[in-house]
Design a binder for this molecule. Structure first.
Ligand SMILES: Nc1ncnc2c1ncn2[C@@H]1O[C@H](COP(=O)(O)OP(=O)(O)OP(=O)(O)O)[C@@H](O)[C@H]1O
Length: 260
């Protein structure tokens, strides 16, 4: 197959798909240290859907997220954000695409300590030289309950509030898709539940597309769909998950991976 010919099945060409990976493979190292972190993974993320990515430690969750978000380049296969094929972009275009069309939420809140909450939220727009859409910004800020805290600096906010700032920052640019890597990993269960609730609201109320890597079945229970990775392969999928069902599926996969 040539680089330009269509894949035998191509989720990225389906309307309503915010992002898609096709036959995505990522190999780190070579010889004795060679690791196949992703092994021909094909997956589409539908617009307005909240997907959780789960699987045992080292199965390739972060690698999938990094490749899908254009933070890392695949060894082979393709990634599309909307209709844009990432491999066709140069470094500057890729940086621009990440800034304009992808939102990120990491375990560490990654806020700039000298800026206020509002300045942190609008920083990506400021860097891009754009005026934020005030109506949209008001809606996002109200949704994450930060209206009274906009003048505070990160050190004056709790961990949960800081992560809400990071959620608002990710939503502010109306990205095609938001990727979260363990976004509640540093939060206690109450603050984590709040942040997960806001992510779910952003999908239900604002039509946002969200993909979240998590180890936590409770967090996955907020998603519309859970995909399970094992050894760099997509092995299972669940719609309308509950924490109990996710936990059962993880146990089954764990048993299977130890007996196969
Ligand atoms: N930069 C790298 N160089 C070499 N190997 C790497 C690199 N990054 C990841 N790996 C390897 O690729 C595999 C997948 O790693 P990845 O971080 O994607 O897994 P994960 O499922 O996110 O793990 P965890 O849940 O522990 O965060 C692992 O075996 C890891 O050791």
């Amino acid at each position: 197959m040539t680089a330009n010919s269509p894949a035998p099945y191509a989720p990225h060409t389906t309307p309503g798909i915010a992002a898609a990976a096709t036959d995505l493979t990522k190999v780190y190292g070579s010889g004795d240290t060679r690791v196949v972190a992703l092994d021909e993974v094909s997956i589409g993320f539908r617009e307005g859907e909240f997907t959780a990515v789960m699987g045992p430690s080292g199965c390739g969750k972060s690698t999938l997220m990094h490749c899908a978000a254009g933070l890392d380049s695949p060894s082979s296969g393709s990634v599309r954000i909307g209709t844009t094929e990432l491999s066709t972009l140069g470094d500057r275009q890729l940086t621009q695409l990440r800034r304009d069309r992808i939102g990120f939420i990491f375990q560490a809140f990654n806020l700039l300590p000298t800026l206020t909450a509002l300045e942190n939220i609008t920083l990506p727009a400021t860097i891009a030289g754009r005026r934020p859409d005030q109506q949209w910004l008001d809606r996002v800020v109200a949704m994450v309950g930060l209206s009274q805290r906009l003048g505070h600096r990160p050190a004056q906010l709790s961990g949960g509030q800081q992560q809400r700032v990071a959620v608002a920052r990710a939503l502010a640019a109306r990205p095609a898709i938001i990727f979260g890597d363990e976004p509640t990993g540093n939060l206690d269960s109450r603050a984590g539940a709040e942040v997960l609730g806001f992510l779910r609201d952003s999908v239900r109320e604002l039509g946002q597309t969200v993909v979240m890597v998590t180890h936590d079945p409770v967090a996955a229970g907020y998603a519309d769909r859970v995909v399970f990775l094992t050894d760099g392969r997509l092995v299972d999928e669940m719609t309308r998950p509950t924490p109990d069902r996710v936990l059962d599926r993880m146990k089954a996969l764990d048993t299977h991976s130890h007996t196969s």
